[in-house]
Design a protein around this ligand. Structure first.
Ligand SMILES: [Zn+2]
Ligand SMILES: [Zn+2]
Length: 207
């Protein structure tokens, strides 16, 4: 798999570009800002972007949806429980920031679904709690999971925003993410990558 991470926006969100080496088809996960830098990276990688994927729709994960979808013609895909947040522009007004309106999703995601992009298979895992329709994109063959703001290296997502719920978040981590193999590399929405096994052992919120 081709992978590039770009840190975007005021909250330093990790936007991930993931592509199939053979076909050069790919996805952009969480374009949370800096659309020009994202689109430049798409061009440098020679990617044909099939999907723009939102792990969830807080503004720092969707602020550049409009530009990236318009420039690439990719299909926007997200969980329908995120629609109210998407339509509130990611809740940008809660934080006093201005965000461009996102197009509506072309594809509504649900748990158990898989998106094929070249030889890559993005499995959709439902991981709510930080946000009501939060999902993780899991690439089993590559041992990689893009989990948004659910579980971070040594941290967990906040649950004080509308639709957040601590018990739901804990269930998503313990029953969904921790069911993945220990060597699965977690690519979170903020901060460095980690692994499932490492967080299971050392994450202070989960002991
Ligand atoms: Zn978030
Ligand atoms: Zn975030």
């Amino acid at each position: 798999m081709l992978l590039r991470s770009i840190t975007v926006g005021i909250t330093q969100t990790n936007c991930y570009l993931v592509g199939c080496e053979g076909s050069r088809e790919g996805v952009v996960i969480d374009p949370g800002g800096n659309p020009k830098r994202i689109l430049q990276a798409v061009e440098e990688m020679g990617l044909t972007v099939r999907y723009v994927l939102n792990t969830h729709c807080h503004f720092d994960h969707m602020a550049a949806n409009a530009e990236v979808v318009a420039a690439t013609g990719a299909a926007l895909a997200l969980h329908p429980a995120e629609l109210p947040i998407l339509q509130a522009r990611g809740g940008a007004s809660w934080f006093g920031v201005l965000v461009k309106e996102s197009p509506l999703p072309e594809v509504e995601l649900e748990g158990g679904q898989a998106l094929k992009v070249g030889t890559l298979q993005f499995q959709v895992l439902e991981t709510p709690g930080h946000s009501p329709g939060g999902v993780t994109f899991y690439l089993e063959e590559d041992g990689a999971a893009f989990d948004g703001d659910v579980l971070f290296a040594m941290g967990v997502g906040r649950t004080d925003l509308p639709g957040g719920d601590w018990d739901t978040l804990m269930r998503s981590i313990r029953e969904v993410l921790f069911s993945l193999p220990d060597d699965t590399v977690l690519y979170p929405g903020h901060g460095p990558q980690t692994t499932v096994g490492r967080e299971r052992r050392v994450n202070p919120w989960l002991r």
